[in-house]
Design a protein around this ligand. Structure first.
Ligand code: NAD
Ligand code: WQD
Length: 337
């Protein structure tokens, strides 16, 4: 069975490639390397002792995408490729709409023409906006608070319309909560460029000494310790969610949606404590005002994925912090070194 992974050189994509190869799938990656490095794929091959095909191409280049489909002839596509920085999307909305929406439209047009009509799409818990209650089930109302989130919501809507127009499509919308961690080997992990926006990469840079202090954005939320609460999920658990989704996709389900989260939330301060346990060092922090646009708390109800896919997250907070630290300390410059 052949799987084309768009954005496969990136953080979640590379971990998913490991699991795909270990499950015996034939894998090809399409990536423009705009936010990743080919080194991640070399390491995927090192971990699995298997090889994959790599196409250095941009989804905005329809001719290149068409050629890749006629050469590789995938049975399904896992579509990770996209820009994902919330703050950047606010200052560069056109870039985000063009890359994420036009890129996806190009991909879908090629798939509509040549097949396969089987796609797993990387959506996000961001499509739930500020939820009215917790935990979040898949039927909660949807909204977007920024251009990045709007691209996710729009692509979900595009895929839904596509299925209504042509029921031959099989589409899985996977809504990820907050991925973190790294492969247990320490060979692949998250490698953000510049100063990280997200909590976990920021904490790891403080732990390694390349950043001085963490800023905790607000301790006056209505949460047990006043700091924001999120459903952090190990990236390997998330990758396995894709492996469990593929048989579902091939069983002709039409369009299906699943939350991929653990079902429990940890606060920013609990994450700091977890990381301190993992690295054995102290993470200095200051409490600063809330970050605009942040919500107080967010965690998944993952029951549907457990019932219908037989998937659930198994890694603990300590596993997540330990694996993040193992990757960070072995690769202080990320893939650049
Ligand atoms: P990432 O940036 O590490 O990976 C995305 C990959 O897509 C990169 O390798 C990049 O080079 C590639 N890419 C971007 N635009 C492309 C284009 N036009 N053509 C070809 N390749 C292109 O991000 P990630 O964290 O691995 O996220 C993967 C997907 O999951 C994204 O769609 C993201 O929006 C979604 N997601 C991520 C998170 C998260 O917190 N990391 C949470 C929810 C959803
Ligand atoms: C988590 C908590 C912050 C940094 C983002 C995207 C979302 C999804 C996942 C893709 C919050 C606090 C953070 C820091 C802090 N991505 N924090 N100091 O905002 O839940 O989700 O990534 O789809 O769309 O918005 O994740 O890691 O940025 O923040 O105190 O330096 O950590 O306020 O409570 P978020 P995050």
């Amino acid at each position: 069975m052949k799987i084309l992974v768009t954005g496969g050189a990136g953080y979640i994509g590379s971990h998913t490639c490991v699991e795909l190869l270990q499950e015996g799938y034939d894998v090809a990656v399409l990536d423009n390397l705009s936010n990743s490095s080919k080194e991640s794929l070399i390491r995927v091959e090192k971990i699995t002792k298997k090889s994959l095909a790599f196409f250095h191409a941009d989804l905005l280049d329809t001719a290149a995408v068409t050629q890749i489909f006629s050469r590789f002839r995938p049975d399904a596509v896992i579509h990770f490729a996209g820009l994902k920085a919330v703050g950047e999307s606010v200052t560069m909305p056109l870039t985000y709409f063009h890359n994420n929406i036009t890129g996806t439209l190009n991909l879908l047009s090629v798939m509509a023409q040549s097949g396969p009509k089987n796609i797993v799409f990387s959506s996000s818990a961001t499509v739930y906006g500020d939820p009215a209650s917790l935990p979040i089930t898949e039927d909660f109302p949807l909204s977007a608070a920024n251009p990045y989130g709007r691209t996710k919501l729009m692509i979900e809507e595009i895929l839904t319309d596509l299925f209504h127009a042509d029921p031959e499509w099989n589409i899985a919308l996977l809504r990820y909560f907050n991925p973190m961690g790294a492969h247990a080997s320490g060979l692949i992990g998250e490698d953000p460029q510049g100063i990280p926006n997200n909590l976990v990469p920021f904490i790891s840079r403080v732990a390694i000494g390349s950043l001085d202090r963490l800023q905790v954005f607000g301790n006056d939320y209505d949460t047990p310790d006043g700091t924001g609460v999120r459903d952090f999920i190990h990236v390997t658990d998330l990758a396995c969610g894709h492996i469990k989704t593929l048989p579902k996709l091939f069983s002709n389900p039409g369009i299906v949606t699943y939350n991929l989260g653990t079902g429990r939330g940890y606060s920013v301060l609990e994450m700091v404590e977890g990381f301190q346990r993992a690295c054995g060092c102290s993470i200095p922090y200051d409490i600063v005002p809330r970050r605009p646009g942040d919500i107080a708390a967010c965690w998944a109800d993952p029951t549907k994925a457990k019932k219908e896919l037989g998937w659930e997250a198994v890694k603990t907070l300590d596993d997540m912090c330990k694996d993040t630290w193992n990757w960070q300390k072995n690769n202080p410059q990320g893939y650049a070194a």
